[in-house]
Structure formats: C-alpha cells, structure tokens
Design a protein around this ligand. Structure first.
Ligand code: ADP
Ligand code: ASP
Ligand code: MG
Length: 439
C-alpha cells in the first residue's frame, strides 16, 4: 500500500485538485491519500480563532464571510454537473454554519482546535465528491477515528496501527482511500492537531502504522533542496538523503517537512519520497536507509532560538551539575537543542520560551545567567561528515565574517550546528551556499 500526501498548494485551486485526482488514479495498487486544507485556509482559521479568543467578533465574522466566498467559487469550478455543484453548496453551507455556530458560542481553546480541524475535513470531503463525480471508486477514511496523541502530545503509533487494521479491512474493495492530514484526537478524546505543517507527519504515521511500501509527499517544489529556497537564490534538489540527514533538516527548519515527519517512517524503514505536483516528472528526493557518505548535503535554519549561559566556577566540574541543570528544563518540558560546555560555563539553546522566566529563576540558584534571544541555529547536514577532511575549516572559512555564538559538532556524525544572531541568518545561509556548494 502507498501513502500519498498532498499539501495545501497541491489542492489549493480547483484545477490542481482535479490534476491530483488523475495523478492518484494513475498510481497502481491501493493508496491512502492524505490531504491538507486548501492553501490559505488554516491561516484564515487561525486568524478567525485568534479574533474570537480576543472577543473581536466583527473581524472574525468578516473573515468567515471572505473564506466562504472563496469556497463557493472553488466548488463552482471543481464540479461540472449541476447536481454535484449542489452537493458542493451543501458541503460549504454545512461547514460555514458550523463556523458561525462556533463563533456565536463561548469560544475557548477547545473550540479553537475544533475550528482548526475543519480545513482538512472540508478539503477531503470536496475531493471525495470530485472523485465520485468522475466515477472513481473512493472511500473516506476519517482521521478522527484512528489518529491520536497522548497527554504529552506524542502520537500513539501502536494504537493508530491497531485502530486502522479493522477499518482498512472493511474498505478492502476500493483502491483509493482519502483521509485528513494534521487532525487527531487528544487523550481527552477532544479534536486536536499535530501542529502546523502536520499533514506530513500524518502521512508518515500512517505509513509506519500500516508498514506501507512508500510514503510520497507531494508539494510545490522538486524535493528537498540543499538550502532554503525562500532565502537563497540558487539552490538545487538533492536526489537522495538518509533518514538521519532528512530528520536533522526537518527538525532544524527545512519547511518542506514537518519537524517530526521522518521519525515514524525511519522506525519501520518505509522510504519517504518528496515529489513536485507542479512538475510530476522531476525526480524529487528519496529518503531511505541508503546514502553517500562524507559530503555536505544541505543546510537549514531554525529561528526563534534562545541561548542561555550558566556560569558557575564552583560547580561546573562537580559531577551531577549538568544533570541538575537538565532537570530544570525537564521539569518545564522544554527540550534543549544545542549544548556547549567550557570549564566555567555551559550554554544551551531552547526553542520554547513559554516557561523561560521560571526556568531562569531556578537556574539562578546555580550561578550567573546570561540570555540571548532572537538567535538562529544553522544546521549543516551530511552523512558521516566526521569522515570528511577539513569539514570545519570549510564551514568556518565560509562564515569568516559572521559572529558565531555557539558551535556543536560531533554529537551526531550527520550534523554541524552553529548558533548565530537571526539578523545574520540570511547572510550566513548565502555564504554557506557559495562556500560549501559553489552555488
Ligand atoms: P505543503 O503545503 O505542500 O506542505 P510547504 O509550504 O509546507 O508545502 O513546504 C514546501 C515549501 O518549503 C517550499 O515551497 C519551499 O519554499 C520551502 N522550503 C524551505 N526549505 C526548503 C528546502 N530545503 N527544500 C525545499 N523546500 C524548502
Ligand atoms: N493545514 C495545516 C497547516 O496549514 C497542516 C498542513 O498543511 O500540513 O499547517
Ligand atoms: Mg507543509
């Protein structure tokens, strides 16, 4: 079985939705099709939700009406016959009545998450009826019946797998099953989501849960590029990446993949293929266990990083000190990304500032604390980079004029991480493009 995921831009226009219908129909065998919301929808739902939480009802209702116009136009172009146009109108009217109902009631975080989920629910329903109109056998596979996260917001892969088995058995007479990306239920059985960009993660979780042959992620670019195409002009697609390399790139900011996408696929060795809906023939990127060693593959950057330095001449060398420092971050469920130590100080970085004040209060007991916010981690990735001669020389030569706050090398054989001020990020990515890739 294949799992094929299409992102927002791939379904964002009626002609694109029709195009992917043909693409899916041309794929041999059984497939689970994971869809995102139409491009722009989740952003609009976020704005509506934020307005409602802030009691800005007029702004929220105006946004709902704008979005409704967009959907009414969309269904006019998506469906050909009058009867299917009527089906489309019924769908749009049902969803927008719900939005207005949610907006009129007591709106809280739970309502907000329910609202966010509607983007994927409506896109899959529209697509399902499009396939019906063109007489293609298809079934809807409701993500809220099997996709779940636990109290730590971690997906429950085993449970997802167990729930999917009997559902898939009842649907084994059809080749195309359509499901929603991004949405799930939490441990309180409420509607929740896998965070922004989460449809990639859904595809990988399903792929791992059913031990699929392959997970295909179709988007608006021809695979993972060697650098961020939004910031660097000349970038090139990478034909092959190992799971470890792709995982580091996704985690450290390559927007093409949700940060956790690779984890479930890697666990069950299911290859992940990145493909371009706008250029189906382009090779894209294959992510698997295989890959060439000892060369730079790509760089990515993650913003919103805070660096914390704890200076303590008395305690740093004492055993148990680092454990106590880490325990503070653990208590506040705040993951650490980078670490570097010296005889008198340790620096760590975090990307989640929610509990920063409380963390700092506790760290203050250990010594002097310095905090730098607005930092970016630049992550340079390759397979077994540690086997390549002069890697650090090449990196530092490229970044000769950039002030570097922290460096982490040797933690994994795939990655060199460098912390710079976010104001230096664009320049650093461009310099690395020239220095490491001659582009
Ligand atoms: P989708 O809506 O299909 O999920 P996204 O917008 O989430 O698509 O991801 C695709 C975008 O990721 C590309 O258009 C590109 O601008 C951006 N991107 C950032 N870094 C990279 C990279 N290293 N390689 C490819 N695309 C990248
Ligand atoms: N629609 C969701 C978002 O915009 C999930 C996704 O597209 O992957 O974040
Ligand atoms: Mg995405």
């Amino acid at each position: 079985m294949l799992v094929v995921k299409f992102g927002g831009t791939s379904v964002g226009k009626p002609e694109r939705m029709k195009k992917i219908a043909h693409l899916v129909m041309s794929m041999p065998g059984k497939k689970i099709v994971v869809l995102s919301a139409l491009s722009g929808t989740t952003n609009a739902l976020v704005r509506i939700g934020e307005n409602l939480l802030a009691q800005q009802h007029t702004a929220a209702n105006n946004e709902i009406s704008e979005l409704e116009k967009h959907y009414l136009q969309f269904i006019k172009e998506l469906y050909s016959s009058e009867s299917y146009k009527a089906v489309g109108e019924e769908i749009v009217s049902r969803y927008f009545s719900l939005f207005r109902l949610l907006a009129a009631g007591k709106f809280d975080d739970r309502g907000y998450r329910e609202l966010l989920a509607q983007g994927e629910l409506i896109s899959t329903e529209l697509f399902y009826h499009h396939l019906q109109e063109i007489k293609t056998p298809v079934r809807l596979l409701p993500a809220l019946h099997f996709m779940s996260i636990d109290e730590n917001n971690e997906p429950e892969l085993e449970k997802i797998s167990e729930r999917l088995k009997p559902i898939l058995e009842t649907m084994n007479n059809v080749d195309i099953l359509v499901t929603q990306g991004y949405i799930c239920r939490n441990h309180r059985n409420e509607i929740d989501n896998l965070k922004r960009g989460g449809s990639d993660y859904t595809a990988s979780l399903i792929g791992a849960a059913i031990r699929a042959e392959e997970i295909q992620i179709w988007t608006d670019i021809d695979g993972m590029h060697n650098n961020d195409p939004r910031i660097v002009k000349k970038t090139m697609p990478i034909a092959e990446l190992t799971f470890d390399e792709a995982s580091e790139l996704a985690y450290f900011g390559a927007k093409i993949l949700h940060p956790s996408t690779i984890v479930p696929a890697q666990k069950y060795h299911v290859p992940v293929i990145l493909k371009n809906t706008m250029d189906e023939k382009a090779l894209g990127t294959i992510i698997s266990d295989k890959g060439s060693r000892g060369q730079f593959k790509a760089v990515a950057a993650k913003d919103g990083i805070t660096a914390i330095k704890i200076k303590s001449s008395r305690m740093l060398l004492a055993y148990g000190f680092l454990r106590r420092v880490f325990e503070v971050f653990e208590r506040y469920k705040t993951p650490i990304d980078m670490i570097s130590t010296s005889e008198v100080a340790v620096s760590v970085t975090i990307d989640e500032n929610k509990n920063l004040a409380k963390i700092l209060e506790e760290l203050n007991l250990f010594g002097t604390i310095e905090v730098d916010d607005n930092q970016s981690i630049i992550c340079i990735v390759g397979n077994m980079l540690s086997e390549k001669e002069g890697v650090l020389k090449e990196v530092f030569q490229s970044l000769a004029n950039i002030p570097i706050r922290m460096v982490s090398y040797g933690g994994s054989p795939n990655n060199i991480s460098i912390l710079v001020s976010t104001s230096q990020k664009d320049k650093a990515l461009n310099l690395l493009n020239e220095g490491l890739f001659n582009l």
